[in-house]
Write a protein that binds this ligand. Structure first.
Ligand code: GLV
Ligand code: GLV
Length: 320
């Protein structure tokens, strides 16, 4: 009997082909709507492999019913939606899709720096709303990106890719990371700082740390108060790292200049979220890795991981 794979969101047929040849593949048939919990639990009961999205909570309860489960392949670099401890205890392999999304995510992160600093989205909205009535010397003026200082929190692969872009803009690069990143220091002249120093000295603060017990809520009112009133804050890894109420207050009071957000504490973020009412917020719906090429690559990588594990090989990007 063929082994069984469950995919929690509709993926294009052409990408699925290699899996279809080897395994029994079942799939949630909607692109827009996440698989309901009860369906996911039911499908997990018979699955040997799951291909999951960051919107799926893959917890101990699910693993408890998934008696045949051998691998959880997450279509993302982040994997905080998966209880990796529970997986480890049960000997279930967990994989992710790093590398293929690094440059694409760095592009979007840098786009958010530029959009927030230069007020691109609110200026565009004003134009579309007929509010561009005359050229004025200080109309729509923002903050510079070129020649300023960027502070990158979380200097992993994506952080380094953002730092390379920043060097092209003549920027100083500061970073904060659990461990020293010698490559970033040597190749990019990045300077490692304590968090408080980085916040105080940066013109653009970019959050790229993964969501963990340590990073949850690490940016709150105290941290935001350390930033320059002309500084931007960019959230590009996971929303729960910044306290959104404190961020709202800082942006509303103007203790920081602007924010660029790709991620939120709760996703999808409701359109009446207070942060979305502010003109100095540029907000996009978790699209860091969303180029056609990169998303197709991520699908291929996550399927290969399933094939590898089910065929007894070592997958390339194993998390546990
Ligand atoms: C997206 O957020 C990812 O972790 O790949
Ligand atoms: C992962 O978090 C990365 O930076 O690639």
């Amino acid at each position: 009997m063929k082994l069984s794979v469950y995919i929690t969101r509709k993926l294009p047929d052409e990408v699925l082909q290699p899996l279809l040849e080897k395994f029994t593949v079942r799939m949630w048939e909607s692109e827009e709507v996440a698989v309901p919990r009860d369906v996911l639990l039911q499908e997990s009961e018979r699955a040997d492999a799951l291909l999951t999205m960051i919107s799926d909570s893959i917890d101990a309860e699910l693993m408890g019913v998934a008696k045949n489960l051998k691998v959880i392949s997450n279509l993302a670099v982040g994997f905080n939606n998966i209880d990796t401890e529970a997986a480890k205890q049960r000997g279930i392999v967990v994989t992710n899709t790093p590398d293929v999304l690094t440059e694409t995510t760095a592009d979007l992160t840098f786009a958010l720096v530029m959009a927030a600093a230069r007020r691109m989205t609110s200026a565009e909205r004003a134009l579309r709303d007929g509010e561009w009535t005359s050229w004025s010397p200080l109309g729509f003026t923002g903050q510079d990106v070129w020649g300023t200082t960027i502070g990158i929190i979380g200097m992993g692969r994506i952080g380094e890719a953002v730092a390379r872009r920043a060097k092209g803009f003549g920027m100083e690069v500061l970073y904060c990371n659990r461990s020293r990143n010698a490559e970033a220091e040597e190749m990019l002249g990045a300077l490692r700082k304590e968090l408080d120093e980085l916040l105080a000295e940066s013109d653009h603060v970019v959050m790229l740390a993964p969501y963990t017990d340590e990073t949850a809520g690490m940016i709150g009112a105290r941290e935001l108060a350390l930033m320059k009133p002309t500084a931007t804050f960019i959230s590009a890894s996971r929303g729960g790292i910044v306290d959104e109420d404190a961020l709202y207050d800082a942006l509303k009071k103007g203790t920081i200049w602007a924010a660029g957000l790709d991620v939120y504490a709760t996703e999808p973020v409701p359109s009446n979220h207070p942060l979305l009412s502010l003109p100095n917020v540029t907000a996009v719906p978790h699209i860091g890795s969303a180029s056609v090429r990169t998303r197709m690559e991520m699908m291929r990588v996550s399927m290969q991981a399933i094939t590898d594990v089910l065929e007894g090989k070592n997958p390339k990007h194993r998390v546990v």
